[in-house]
Write a protein that binds this ligand. Structure first.
Ligand SMILES: Nc1ncnc2c1ncn2[C@@H]1O[C@H](COP(=O)(O)OP(=O)(O)OP(=O)(O)O)[C@@H](O)[C@H]1O
Ligand SMILES: [Mg+2]
Ligand SMILES: [Zn+2]
Length: 514
């Protein structure tokens, strides 16, 4: 007898329908899965067989052929175990129900089986549910560990259990399955941040620069001696980023779902991500990769922050890989017969010491490095990468008195209010271009929205001469000036806005100038 059961697989961030056809006939004992399965689907055979046996059902020694359609896609993972098992049990008559045929048309099964018949969770449930809903599927049957994640999407019945045997009894009309309520994670949860800017004494100018970076989504480099507070400051950035929209939260959650990084109880990401990989990270973990390419750190940082602490410690080749994604805000990973694109629209924040000993330009301590050493160190950061950074700031240690000062510092909440206001202006202004921030302005849009008068042009000209700025710094300065004007609620870029933006390029000559 032939049975057809529906499931889903993933292609990047999108789910697609898979039809599992099982044919059982008399003949020599035989069990094969066809339709381009990779090794993990082949291993699925053993798990399915044993899980069925351990659910106290005889695994009939007959000729079983399982076909996974469409055949021309490469399926991966163990998520097809459950539907394969159900297909077999329908084909051999263990599951019998006169309403079965119409029921199966509207139902998706997904889940890994362990040998004892437990249904385990799988990654990528959110994109699967999004696609299922689009296709008009009515219900999804999965592991109870995946139920909360599935319930982010409304309009699907989420039926869950931890045992294969219970799915069988359910399909035979003997017991009900637990139905998950629609979740409201996005509305119900209050967002708390781990660190707050009020912990940072002094450093008003750095806080101001980070506020501008957050408001306009600008990439930012912090240079300063050891202990000056670079890491401390960067870690507080998430607390002043613009509030997240539901659509953004959903997209971030999809990426983390596919990467298998969601928590079972709270499977929706409600804060902009802050990813801070170690400098030993491999290119594949940073950019994305693997046999079935998984999202890398740059995609996990989508709509949030990628923080590379101690930038020169990273391998030069690894850093160079960031150039494309920083520009395109998406990354394509190619493999034999397929290419997967993941979004990676992140804010890039990096920190570094100014020299190998760390004390070049430091007020308190003498630098012991030669010019040669400093140059070599600084040049680990290539020009093209530097060109993608809008704001550079030199961090000096705060004086002892300031650290002792009991003056109340501004909280992140207050800063975030200003950031939110400035970001709203940008979202409205760029609505028809589908961009959210000044940092995303193209040359054409810069021309349109970053107009400056002759006074400003003069200032810019002088600055270029004095600071020896590169032509590429020009558009960066205008974008940052636009953000400063937005924070100031000013429709025009004024001289004060421009002058401040220029300051954030002043390290070009100091460190990278010839
Ligand atoms: N402005 C400040 N207000 C309060 N504490 C500070 C401030 N600056 C530094 N500190 C203290 O000094 C510690 C060291 O700072 P942090 O680790 O951020 O320095 P860093 O610049 O990253 O140094 P390194 O180059 O060694 O990584 C902080 O954890 C904090 O306790
Ligand atoms: Mg540090
Ligand atoms: Zn030094």
């Amino acid at each position: 007898m032939l049975s057809i059961v529906k499931s889903m697989a993933l292609n990047g961030l999108n789910g697609y329908l898979i039809s599992i056809q099982v044919d059982i006939s008399n003949g020599m004992p035989y069990f094969e899965i066809v339709g381009l399965p990779d090794t993990s689907v082949r291993e699925s055979k053993e798990r399915v067989k044993t899980a069925i046996k351990n659910s106290n059902i005889e695994f009939l020694s007959r000729r079983i052929v399982v076909n996974l359609a469409p055949a021309n896609t490469k399926k991966e993972g163990s998520s097809l175990d459950l539907p394969i098992a159900i297909g077999i049990l329908i084909a051999n008559g263990v599951i019998r129900n006169k309403h079965l045929e119409s029921f199966l048309k509207d139902t998706i099964f997904i889940g890994e089986l362990s040998l004892d018949g437990t249904i385990e969770s799988v990654s990528g449930i959110l994109p699967v549910c999004i696609e299922a809903k689009k296709l008009g599927i009515k219900r999804i049957i999965l592991s109870e560990k995946n139920a909360k994640e599935a319930s982010i999407i409304s309009g699907l019945d989420i039926l869950s259990t931890s045992k294969l045997s219970e799915v069988i009894e359910y399909l035979n009309g003997k017991i009900p399955l637990k139905k998950e309520k629609k979740s409201n994670f996005f509305i119900d949860n209050e967002i708390k941040y781990e660190f707050d800017f009020s912990d940072v004494k002094g450093q008003e100018n750095i806080k101001r620069a980070l506020e501008i970076a957050a408001a306009g989504g600008h990439n930012c480099l912090l240079i300063g001696s050891p202990g000056s507070g670079k890491t401390m400051l960067a870690r507080r950035l998430p607390s002043i980023l613009p509030d997240i929209e539901f659509e953004e939260s959903l997209e971030i959650t999809k990426i983390h779902s596919v990467a298998g990084l969601l928590s079972e109880q709270m499977p929706m990401i409600l804060k902009r991500p802050f990813r801070s990989p170690h400098h030993t990270i491999t290119p594949a973990s940073l950019i994305g990769g693997g046999k079935m390419p998984k999202p890398g750190e740059i995609s996990l940082a989508h709509y949030g922050v990628l923080f590379l602490d101690e930038l020169p410690e990273f391998k030069k080749n690894t850093l160079e890989l960031l150039r494309g994604p920083l520009e395109d805000r998406k990354v394509t990973i190619s493999r034999l017969n397929m290419a997967i694109t993941y979004p990676c629209n992140f804010m890039f924040i990096a920190s570094m010491n100014p020299c190998p000993c760390g004390y070049y330009n430091c007020k308190e301590k003498e630098c012991s490095c030669s010019q040669e050493q400093i140059k070599k160190y600084i040049n680990k950061i290539s020009g093209p990468l530097l060109d993608r950074i809008d704001i550079q700031i030199e961090v000096q240690s705060v004086e002892y008195q300031k650290l002792q000062n009991s003056r109340k510092e501004e909280t992140s909440e207050i800063i975030r209010k200003r950031v939110n206001h400035a970001r709203k202006i940008q979202i409205q202004r760029y609505e028809k271009y589908h961009i959210f921030s000044n940092s995303e302005l193209t040359p054409q849009l810069i021309e349109k929205y970053c107009n400056i008068d002759s006074k400003c042009k003069n200032i810019l000209e002088i600055a270029f001469e004095r600071l020896g700025l590169s032509a590429r710094a020009y558009s960066r300065i205008l974008k940052v000036a636009r953000t400063i004007a937005d924070l100031d609620n000013s429709s025009n870029i004024e001289t004060s806005h421009l002058a401040e933006a220029i300051q954030y390029r002043s390290l070009d000559r100091k460190y990278w100038g010839s």
